[in-house]
Design a protein around this ligand. Structure first.
Ligand code: PMP
Length: 468
Protein backbone atom coordinates (compact mmCIF):
# COMPACT_ATOMS: atom_id res chain seq x y z
CA UNK A 1 0.00 0.00 0.00
CA UNK A 2 1.39 3.39 -0.84
CA UNK A 3 1.20 6.05 1.84
CA UNK A 4 2.00 9.12 -0.18
CA UNK A 5 2.79 12.27 1.76
CA UNK A 6 -0.34 14.44 1.85
CA UNK A 7 -0.38 18.21 1.74
CA UNK A 8 -2.49 18.67 4.85
CA UNK A 9 -4.21 16.54 7.51
CA UNK A 10 -7.52 17.36 5.82
CA UNK A 11 -6.48 16.09 2.42
CA UNK A 12 -4.93 13.00 3.98
CA UNK A 13 -8.16 12.36 5.87
CA UNK A 14 -10.23 12.71 2.71
CA UNK A 15 -7.98 10.23 0.89
CA UNK A 16 -8.01 7.80 3.80
CA UNK A 17 -11.81 7.94 4.11
CA UNK A 18 -12.09 7.24 0.40
CA UNK A 19 -9.72 4.27 0.63
CA UNK A 20 -11.26 2.81 3.78
CA UNK A 21 -14.87 3.13 2.69
CA UNK A 22 -14.04 1.62 -0.69
CA UNK A 23 -12.38 -1.37 0.96
CA UNK A 24 -15.28 -1.97 3.36
CA UNK A 25 -18.08 -0.75 1.08
CA UNK A 26 -20.54 -3.57 1.83
CA UNK A 27 -20.24 -3.08 5.60
CA UNK A 28 -21.00 0.61 5.12
CA UNK A 29 -23.85 -0.06 2.74
CA UNK A 30 -25.46 -2.53 5.18
CA UNK A 31 -25.19 -0.06 8.08
CA UNK A 32 -26.96 2.65 6.12
CA UNK A 33 -29.47 0.35 4.46
CA UNK A 34 -30.70 -1.10 7.76
CA UNK A 35 -30.26 1.90 10.08
CA UNK A 36 -33.89 3.04 9.92
CA UNK A 37 -35.15 -0.35 11.13
CA UNK A 38 -32.23 -1.81 13.09
CA UNK A 39 -31.70 0.09 16.34
CA UNK A 40 -28.12 -0.81 17.17
CA UNK A 41 -26.36 0.59 20.24
CA UNK A 42 -23.00 -0.78 19.15
CA UNK A 43 -21.53 2.14 17.23
CA UNK A 44 -17.86 1.40 16.80
CA UNK A 45 -15.46 3.74 18.55
CA UNK A 46 -17.93 6.54 19.13
CA UNK A 47 -19.30 9.17 16.85
CA UNK A 48 -16.78 11.85 15.86
CA UNK A 49 -18.33 14.26 13.32
CA UNK A 50 -15.07 14.78 11.38
CA UNK A 51 -14.87 11.07 10.62
CA UNK A 52 -18.52 10.12 10.60
CA UNK A 53 -18.09 8.52 7.17
CA UNK A 54 -16.04 5.81 8.92
CA UNK A 55 -18.51 5.11 11.68
CA UNK A 56 -20.02 1.71 10.87
CA UNK A 57 -19.29 -1.77 12.13
CA UNK A 58 -17.29 -4.20 10.02
CA UNK A 59 -19.72 -6.97 9.12
CA UNK A 60 -18.22 -10.39 9.75
CA UNK A 61 -18.98 -13.21 7.35
CA UNK A 62 -16.91 -16.12 8.65
CA UNK A 63 -14.06 -16.83 10.98
CA UNK A 64 -11.54 -19.50 11.79
CA UNK A 65 -8.71 -19.58 14.33
CA UNK A 66 -7.19 -16.11 14.67
CA UNK A 67 -8.80 -14.90 11.44
CA UNK A 68 -12.04 -13.23 10.49
CA UNK A 69 -13.33 -12.35 7.01
CA UNK A 70 -15.75 -9.51 6.36
CA UNK A 71 -18.52 -9.30 3.79
CA UNK A 72 -16.17 -7.58 1.35
CA UNK A 73 -13.76 -10.51 1.52
CA UNK A 74 -11.15 -8.66 3.61
CA UNK A 75 -9.17 -10.87 5.97
CA UNK A 76 -8.32 -9.73 9.50
CA UNK A 77 -6.17 -10.93 12.34
CA UNK A 78 -8.95 -10.66 14.89
CA UNK A 79 -8.27 -9.19 18.31
CA UNK A 80 -11.90 -8.84 19.35
CA UNK A 81 -12.17 -12.64 19.71
CA UNK A 82 -15.95 -12.34 20.04
CA UNK A 83 -15.63 -9.80 22.88
CA UNK A 84 -13.34 -12.11 24.82
CA UNK A 85 -15.30 -15.30 24.25
CA UNK A 86 -12.90 -17.19 22.00
CA UNK A 87 -9.97 -18.26 24.18
CA UNK A 88 -9.16 -20.98 21.63
CA UNK A 89 -9.70 -18.81 18.55
CA UNK A 90 -12.73 -18.88 16.30
CA UNK A 91 -14.65 -22.04 15.62
CA UNK A 92 -12.45 -24.62 17.40
CA UNK A 93 -13.14 -28.15 16.15
CA UNK A 94 -13.94 -29.60 19.59
CA UNK A 95 -16.69 -27.02 20.17
CA UNK A 96 -17.97 -27.31 16.61
CA UNK A 97 -18.33 -31.09 16.98
CA UNK A 98 -20.08 -30.87 20.35
CA UNK A 99 -22.61 -28.38 18.94
CA UNK A 100 -23.20 -30.46 15.79
CA UNK A 101 -23.82 -33.59 17.87
CA UNK A 102 -26.33 -31.82 20.07
CA UNK A 103 -28.04 -30.19 17.09
CA UNK A 104 -28.56 -33.64 15.57
CA UNK A 105 -30.18 -34.79 18.84
CA UNK A 106 -32.61 -31.88 18.92
CA UNK A 107 -33.09 -28.78 21.06
CA UNK A 108 -35.38 -29.95 23.84
CA UNK A 109 -35.92 -27.00 26.13
CA UNK A 110 -37.81 -27.58 29.35
CA UNK A 111 -36.88 -31.15 30.33
CA UNK A 112 -33.67 -31.31 32.31
CA UNK A 113 -30.53 -30.93 30.23
CA UNK A 114 -28.53 -34.11 29.95
CA UNK A 115 -25.28 -32.20 30.49
CA UNK A 116 -26.16 -29.49 33.03
CA UNK A 117 -25.11 -31.56 36.06
CA UNK A 118 -21.80 -32.53 34.53
CA UNK A 119 -21.10 -28.95 33.45
CA UNK A 120 -21.82 -27.79 37.01
CA UNK A 121 -19.45 -30.45 38.40
CA UNK A 122 -16.67 -29.43 36.02
CA UNK A 123 -17.06 -25.78 37.03
CA UNK A 124 -16.84 -26.79 40.70
CA UNK A 125 -13.75 -28.87 39.97
CA UNK A 126 -11.91 -26.14 38.06
CA UNK A 127 -12.84 -23.12 40.18
CA UNK A 128 -13.44 -24.49 43.67
CA UNK A 129 -17.03 -23.20 43.93
CA UNK A 130 -19.55 -25.40 45.76
CA UNK A 131 -22.69 -25.01 43.65
CA UNK A 132 -23.61 -23.67 40.21
CA UNK A 133 -26.66 -22.30 38.38
CA UNK A 134 -27.09 -21.10 34.80
CA UNK A 135 -28.50 -18.13 32.93
CA UNK A 136 -28.24 -16.90 29.36
CA UNK A 137 -25.95 -13.92 29.77
CA UNK A 138 -23.43 -12.37 32.07
CA UNK A 139 -25.89 -9.59 32.85
CA UNK A 140 -28.44 -12.10 34.12
CA UNK A 141 -25.79 -13.90 36.15
CA UNK A 142 -24.79 -10.67 37.94
CA UNK A 143 -28.44 -9.75 38.48
CA UNK A 144 -29.08 -13.16 40.04
CA UNK A 145 -25.97 -13.04 42.22
CA UNK A 146 -27.17 -9.70 43.61
CA UNK A 147 -30.65 -11.11 44.22
CA UNK A 148 -29.18 -14.09 46.06
CA UNK A 149 -27.00 -11.85 48.22
CA UNK A 150 -29.99 -9.65 49.06
CA UNK A 151 -32.21 -12.65 49.77
CA UNK A 152 -29.74 -14.32 52.10
CA UNK A 153 -28.57 -11.22 53.98
CA UNK A 154 -31.92 -9.44 54.06
CA UNK A 155 -30.04 -6.22 53.23
CA UNK A 156 -30.46 -3.96 50.20
CA UNK A 157 -27.34 -1.92 49.41
CA UNK A 158 -24.71 -3.05 46.94
CA UNK A 159 -21.16 -1.68 46.84
CA UNK A 160 -19.39 -1.73 43.49
CA UNK A 161 -16.33 0.02 42.07
CA UNK A 162 -15.83 2.88 39.62
CA UNK A 163 -14.64 1.59 36.27
CA UNK A 164 -16.36 -1.78 36.60
CA UNK A 165 -18.91 -2.91 34.05
CA UNK A 166 -21.30 -5.58 35.28
CA UNK A 167 -23.65 -5.82 32.31
CA UNK A 168 -26.77 -3.90 31.41
CA UNK A 169 -29.09 -4.73 34.33
CA UNK A 170 -30.54 -1.52 35.88
CA UNK A 171 -29.12 -2.30 39.33
CA UNK A 172 -25.47 -1.86 38.32
CA UNK A 173 -25.67 0.98 35.78
CA UNK A 174 -24.33 3.66 38.08
CA UNK A 175 -21.25 5.79 38.28
CA UNK A 176 -19.86 7.95 41.03
CA UNK A 177 -20.27 11.68 41.01
CA UNK A 178 -17.93 13.41 43.41
CA UNK A 179 -18.92 16.92 44.45
CA UNK A 180 -16.55 18.38 47.06
CA UNK A 181 -16.15 15.58 49.58
CA UNK A 182 -19.58 14.13 48.77
CA UNK A 183 -19.82 10.98 46.72
CA UNK A 184 -23.06 10.12 44.96
CA UNK A 185 -24.20 7.34 42.70
CA UNK A 186 -25.84 8.53 39.50
CA UNK A 187 -27.36 6.55 36.65
CA UNK A 188 -25.12 6.32 33.58
CA UNK A 189 -28.05 6.82 31.17
CA UNK A 190 -31.68 7.92 31.06
CA UNK A 191 -34.31 5.31 31.86
CA UNK A 192 -32.51 3.83 34.87
CA UNK A 193 -34.64 4.47 37.98
CA UNK A 194 -32.91 7.07 40.17
CA UNK A 195 -34.34 5.29 43.22
CA UNK A 196 -31.99 2.37 42.55
CA UNK A 197 -29.02 4.73 42.98
CA UNK A 198 -29.93 4.86 46.68
CA UNK A 199 -29.16 1.15 46.85
CA UNK A 200 -25.76 1.40 45.19
CA UNK A 201 -22.43 2.73 46.41
CA UNK A 202 -19.88 3.28 43.64
CA UNK A 203 -16.50 3.33 45.38
CA UNK A 204 -13.02 4.12 44.10
CA UNK A 205 -11.18 0.91 43.20
CA UNK A 206 -8.00 -0.03 45.02
CA UNK A 207 -8.30 2.89 47.45
CA UNK A 208 -8.35 2.77 51.28
CA UNK A 209 -11.36 5.12 51.16
CA UNK A 210 -13.40 2.29 49.63
CA UNK A 211 -12.65 0.04 52.60
CA UNK A 212 -13.63 2.82 54.99
CA UNK A 213 -16.95 3.30 53.17
CA UNK A 214 -17.67 -0.42 53.29
CA UNK A 215 -17.00 -0.42 57.02
CA UNK A 216 -19.25 2.59 57.46
CA UNK A 217 -22.15 1.00 55.55
CA UNK A 218 -21.50 -2.59 56.67
CA UNK A 219 -24.87 -3.08 58.34
CA UNK A 220 -26.74 -2.15 55.14
CA UNK A 221 -24.59 -3.93 52.57
CA UNK A 222 -25.99 -7.04 50.88
CA UNK A 223 -22.88 -7.49 48.72
CA UNK A 224 -19.61 -6.07 47.53
CA UNK A 225 -19.39 -6.62 43.80
CA UNK A 226 -15.96 -6.58 42.20
CA UNK A 227 -14.46 -7.09 38.76
CA UNK A 228 -11.00 -8.15 39.99
CA UNK A 229 -9.23 -6.69 36.94
CA UNK A 230 -11.28 -4.23 34.93
CA UNK A 231 -11.17 -4.49 31.14
CA UNK A 232 -10.61 -0.74 30.90
CA UNK A 233 -7.64 -0.81 33.31
CA UNK A 234 -5.71 -4.02 32.72
CA UNK A 235 -2.69 -2.50 34.47
CA UNK A 236 -4.58 -2.32 37.77
CA UNK A 237 -4.20 -5.76 39.35
CA UNK A 238 -4.70 -4.99 43.03
CA UNK A 239 -3.86 -8.22 44.79
CA UNK A 240 -3.40 -6.61 48.20
CA UNK A 241 -6.63 -4.64 47.96
CA UNK A 242 -8.55 -7.79 47.02
CA UNK A 243 -7.14 -9.55 50.08
CA UNK A 244 -8.09 -6.60 52.28
CA UNK A 245 -11.55 -6.60 50.75
CA UNK A 246 -11.91 -10.31 51.46
CA UNK A 247 -10.84 -9.89 55.04
CA UNK A 248 -13.10 -6.90 55.66
CA UNK A 249 -16.17 -8.45 54.02
CA UNK A 250 -15.65 -11.68 55.99
CA UNK A 251 -15.37 -9.72 59.24
CA UNK A 252 -18.52 -7.74 58.40
CA UNK A 253 -20.42 -10.78 57.06
CA UNK A 254 -20.94 -9.14 53.68
CA UNK A 255 -20.94 -11.51 50.72
CA UNK A 256 -18.10 -10.79 48.31
CA UNK A 257 -19.10 -11.29 44.68
CA UNK A 258 -16.40 -11.74 42.04
CA UNK A 259 -17.63 -10.87 38.55
CA UNK A 260 -15.31 -13.08 36.50
CA UNK A 261 -16.98 -12.61 33.14
CA UNK A 262 -13.67 -11.73 31.51
CA UNK A 263 -11.11 -13.12 33.97
CA UNK A 264 -12.86 -16.47 34.47
CA UNK A 265 -11.05 -19.40 32.77
CA UNK A 266 -8.76 -16.81 31.10
CA UNK A 267 -6.14 -15.93 33.68
CA UNK A 268 -6.15 -19.44 35.19
CA UNK A 269 -8.53 -22.41 35.08
CA UNK A 270 -9.72 -21.20 38.51
CA UNK A 271 -10.00 -17.59 37.30
CA UNK A 272 -9.08 -14.54 39.34
CA UNK A 273 -10.00 -16.36 42.56
CA UNK A 274 -7.16 -18.81 41.99
CA UNK A 275 -4.82 -16.17 40.55
CA UNK A 276 -5.13 -13.77 43.47
CA UNK A 277 -5.67 -16.43 46.13
CA UNK A 278 -9.03 -14.99 47.19
CA UNK A 279 -12.15 -17.05 47.63
CA UNK A 280 -15.34 -15.11 46.95
CA UNK A 281 -18.78 -16.04 48.27
CA UNK A 282 -20.44 -15.78 44.88
CA UNK A 283 -18.84 -15.73 41.44
CA UNK A 284 -20.27 -14.98 38.00
CA UNK A 285 -18.89 -16.38 34.75
CA UNK A 286 -19.81 -16.23 31.07
CA UNK A 287 -18.07 -15.60 27.76
CA UNK A 288 -15.26 -18.22 27.43
CA UNK A 289 -17.16 -21.04 29.09
CA UNK A 290 -19.99 -20.85 26.52
CA UNK A 291 -17.67 -21.61 23.61
CA UNK A 292 -19.47 -18.94 21.54
CA UNK A 293 -23.01 -19.66 22.71
CA UNK A 294 -24.90 -17.41 25.12
CA UNK A 295 -24.38 -18.37 28.75
CA UNK A 296 -24.13 -16.96 32.23
CA UNK A 297 -23.03 -18.83 35.34
CA UNK A 298 -23.86 -18.00 38.95
CA UNK A 299 -21.71 -20.00 41.32
CA UNK A 300 -20.34 -19.97 44.82
CA UNK A 301 -20.82 -21.14 48.34
CA UNK A 302 -23.81 -23.31 49.16
CA UNK A 303 -24.79 -20.84 51.89
CA UNK A 304 -25.81 -18.41 49.12
CA UNK A 305 -26.56 -20.74 46.21
CA UNK A 306 -29.06 -22.71 48.33
CA UNK A 307 -31.45 -19.77 48.02
CA UNK A 308 -31.96 -20.92 44.42
CA UNK A 309 -33.44 -24.33 45.17
CA UNK A 310 -33.84 -24.58 48.92
CA UNK A 311 -30.62 -26.51 49.41
CA UNK A 312 -29.62 -30.16 49.41
CA UNK A 313 -32.05 -32.99 50.20
CA UNK A 314 -32.18 -36.66 49.34
CA UNK A 315 -34.60 -39.54 48.78
CA UNK A 316 -35.39 -42.27 51.28
CA UNK A 317 -35.19 -40.16 54.45
CA UNK A 318 -36.95 -37.22 56.04
CA UNK A 319 -34.80 -34.52 54.41
CA UNK A 320 -36.39 -31.62 52.51
CA UNK A 321 -35.39 -28.18 51.14
CA UNK A 322 -34.69 -26.07 54.23
CA UNK A 323 -33.60 -22.71 52.86
CA UNK A 324 -36.00 -19.94 51.90
CA UNK A 325 -35.89 -19.57 48.14
CA UNK A 326 -35.65 -16.49 46.01
CA UNK A 327 -36.60 -16.55 42.32
CA UNK A 328 -34.63 -17.69 39.28
CA UNK A 329 -36.05 -18.69 35.92
CA UNK A 330 -35.44 -18.43 32.16
CA UNK A 331 -36.95 -20.31 29.23
CA UNK A 332 -33.56 -20.75 27.59
CA UNK A 333 -31.32 -21.29 30.61
CA UNK A 334 -29.36 -24.56 30.38
CA UNK A 335 -30.00 -24.43 26.63
CA UNK A 336 -28.88 -27.76 25.15
CA UNK A 337 -26.47 -26.12 22.69
CA UNK A 338 -24.92 -23.90 25.36
CA UNK A 339 -24.53 -26.88 27.69
CA UNK A 340 -22.92 -28.97 24.94
CA UNK A 341 -20.47 -26.18 24.10
CA UNK A 342 -19.70 -25.46 27.78
CA UNK A 343 -19.11 -29.14 28.39
CA UNK A 344 -16.64 -29.29 25.50
CA UNK A 345 -14.84 -26.12 26.69
CA UNK A 346 -14.53 -27.35 30.28
CA UNK A 347 -13.31 -30.79 29.27
CA UNK A 348 -10.73 -29.15 27.02
CA UNK A 349 -9.57 -26.84 29.83
CA UNK A 350 -9.42 -29.70 32.30
CA UNK A 351 -7.37 -31.89 29.97
CA UNK A 352 -4.98 -29.04 29.09
CA UNK A 353 -4.43 -27.96 32.72
CA UNK A 354 -3.14 -24.53 33.80
CA UNK A 355 -0.30 -24.65 31.27
CA UNK A 356 -2.76 -23.58 28.55
CA UNK A 357 -3.38 -20.25 30.29
CA UNK A 358 0.24 -19.93 31.47
CA UNK A 359 1.61 -20.20 27.94
CA UNK A 360 -0.96 -17.80 26.48
CA UNK A 361 -0.50 -15.30 29.32
CA UNK A 362 3.23 -15.34 28.78
CA UNK A 363 2.92 -14.87 25.02
CA UNK A 364 0.62 -11.90 25.59
CA UNK A 365 3.06 -10.38 28.08
CA UNK A 366 5.88 -10.70 25.56
CA UNK A 367 3.69 -9.23 22.83
CA UNK A 368 2.80 -6.25 25.02
CA UNK A 369 6.48 -5.80 25.93
CA UNK A 370 7.45 -5.68 22.24
CA UNK A 371 4.60 -3.29 21.57
CA UNK A 372 5.61 -0.98 24.42
CA UNK A 373 9.26 -1.03 23.32
CA UNK A 374 8.11 0.13 19.89
CA UNK A 375 5.69 2.77 21.27
CA UNK A 376 8.46 4.22 23.41
CA UNK A 377 10.97 4.24 20.60
CA UNK A 378 8.52 5.90 18.24
CA UNK A 379 7.32 8.39 20.88
CA UNK A 380 3.69 7.32 20.76
CA UNK A 381 2.11 8.64 23.98
CA UNK A 382 0.37 5.45 25.01
CA UNK A 383 1.53 2.35 26.91
CA UNK A 384 -0.17 -1.00 26.96
CA UNK A 385 -0.72 -3.50 29.76
CA UNK A 386 -2.09 -7.00 29.95
CA UNK A 387 -3.80 -9.24 32.41
CA UNK A 388 -3.26 -12.66 30.97
CA UNK A 389 -4.52 -12.64 27.41
CA UNK A 390 -6.50 -9.41 27.82
CA UNK A 391 -4.55 -6.30 26.82
CA UNK A 392 -5.29 -2.61 26.49
CA UNK A 393 -3.97 0.85 27.30
CA UNK A 394 -2.44 1.31 30.74
CA UNK A 395 -4.63 3.92 32.43
CA UNK A 396 -3.83 6.27 35.31
CA UNK A 397 -5.48 5.50 38.63
CA UNK A 398 -7.74 8.56 38.73
CA UNK A 399 -10.38 6.99 36.52
CA UNK A 400 -13.64 7.54 38.38
CA UNK A 401 -16.26 6.73 35.82
CA UNK A 402 -16.86 4.01 33.27
CA UNK A 403 -15.76 6.04 30.28
CA UNK A 404 -13.29 3.34 29.38
CA UNK A 405 -10.17 3.50 27.28
CA UNK A 406 -11.79 3.56 23.85
CA UNK A 407 -10.44 6.26 21.57
CA UNK A 408 -12.20 9.57 21.95
CA UNK A 409 -9.66 11.70 20.20
CA UNK A 410 -9.46 11.74 16.46
CA UNK A 411 -5.85 10.48 16.40
CA UNK A 412 -6.66 7.40 18.44
CA UNK A 413 -9.83 6.78 16.47
CA UNK A 414 -7.85 7.08 13.25
CA UNK A 415 -5.28 4.62 14.57
CA UNK A 416 -8.15 2.17 15.09
CA UNK A 417 -9.41 2.62 11.52
CA UNK A 418 -5.89 2.40 10.10
CA UNK A 419 -5.39 -0.93 11.83
CA UNK A 420 -8.59 -2.21 10.29
CA UNK A 421 -7.37 -1.03 6.92
CA UNK A 422 -4.15 -2.93 7.52
CA UNK A 423 -6.05 -6.12 8.33
CA UNK A 424 -6.17 -6.06 12.13
CA UNK A 425 -9.48 -5.93 13.99
CA UNK A 426 -8.86 -4.43 17.46
CA UNK A 427 -11.23 -4.31 20.41
CA UNK A 428 -11.22 -0.61 21.28
CA UNK A 429 -7.56 0.22 21.80
CA UNK A 430 -6.67 -3.32 22.81
CA UNK A 431 -8.07 -6.80 22.53
CA UNK A 432 -7.68 -10.44 23.39
CA UNK A 433 -5.14 -13.00 22.25
CA UNK A 434 -6.19 -16.61 21.84
CA UNK A 435 -4.31 -19.87 21.66
CA UNK A 436 -4.91 -19.69 17.88
CA UNK A 437 -2.80 -16.54 17.40
CA UNK A 438 0.55 -17.50 15.88
CA UNK A 439 3.88 -15.71 16.15
CA UNK A 440 3.35 -14.60 12.56
CA UNK A 441 -0.01 -13.08 13.57
CA UNK A 442 1.65 -11.14 16.39
CA UNK A 443 4.36 -9.84 14.08
CA UNK A 444 1.66 -8.89 11.56
CA UNK A 445 -0.15 -6.86 14.25
CA UNK A 446 3.07 -5.09 15.30
CA UNK A 447 3.84 -4.27 11.68
CA UNK A 448 0.30 -2.93 11.15
CA UNK A 449 0.72 -0.69 14.20
CA UNK A 450 4.10 0.59 12.99
CA UNK A 451 2.73 1.40 9.55
CA UNK A 452 -0.41 3.05 10.93
CA UNK A 453 1.59 5.24 13.31
CA UNK A 454 3.94 6.16 10.49
CA UNK A 455 1.02 7.15 8.24
CA UNK A 456 -0.63 9.20 10.98
CA UNK A 457 2.64 10.95 11.77
CA UNK A 458 3.26 11.88 8.17
CA UNK A 459 -0.31 13.19 8.01
CA UNK A 460 0.37 15.27 11.16
CA UNK A 461 -2.19 13.50 13.29
CA UNK A 462 0.70 12.64 15.61
CA UNK A 463 3.41 15.11 16.64
CA UNK A 464 6.73 14.82 14.81
CA UNK A 465 9.50 12.74 16.37
CA UNK A 466 11.72 14.78 18.69
CA UNK A 467 14.69 12.46 18.30
CA UNK A 468 15.15 13.29 14.62
N1 PMP B 1 -19.63 -8.42 33.82
C1 PMP B 1 -18.49 -8.15 33.19
C2 PMP B 1 -17.23 -7.99 34.02
C3 PMP B 1 -18.44 -8.01 31.81
O1 PMP B 1 -17.27 -7.73 31.21
C4 PMP B 1 -19.63 -8.20 31.07
C5 PMP B 1 -19.67 -8.09 29.56
N2 PMP B 1 -18.55 -7.69 28.94
C6 PMP B 1 -20.81 -8.49 31.76
C7 PMP B 1 -20.78 -8.61 33.13
C8 PMP B 1 -22.10 -8.69 31.02
O2 PMP B 1 -22.11 -9.89 30.32
P1 PMP B 1 -23.09 -10.08 29.08
O3 PMP B 1 -22.66 -9.12 28.03
O4 PMP B 1 -22.91 -11.53 28.69
O5 PMP B 1 -24.46 -9.80 29.55
Amino acid sequence: MSLAQPATPQTYLATFIERYTCRTATSKHLAQHHRARLADPRVPEGFIPAIKELVYPIVGERSQGSRLWDVDGNEYVDLTMSLGVNLFGHNPVFVQEAIAQQLAKGLQIGPQSELAGEVASLICELTGVERVAFSNSGTEAVMTAIRLARAVTGRRKIAMFAGSYHGHFDGTLFKAQVVGDQRQSVAIAPGIPAALAQETLVLPYDKPEALEQIKLHAAELAAVLVVPVQTTRPNLQPQEFLHQLRQLTSECHIPLVFDEMVTGFRIHPGGAQAWFGVQADLVTYGKIIGGGLPIGVIAGKAAYMDAIDGGFWQYGDGSSPQVTKTFLAGTFSKHPLAMAAAHAVLQHLKAAGPSLQEALNQRTTQFVQSLNAYLELDEVPIRMANFGSLFGPAVGDDLEDDSGADPTTISLALLYYHLIEQGVLPRGSGGYLSTAHSDADLEFILQAIRESVQALRVAQFLPPLTRL
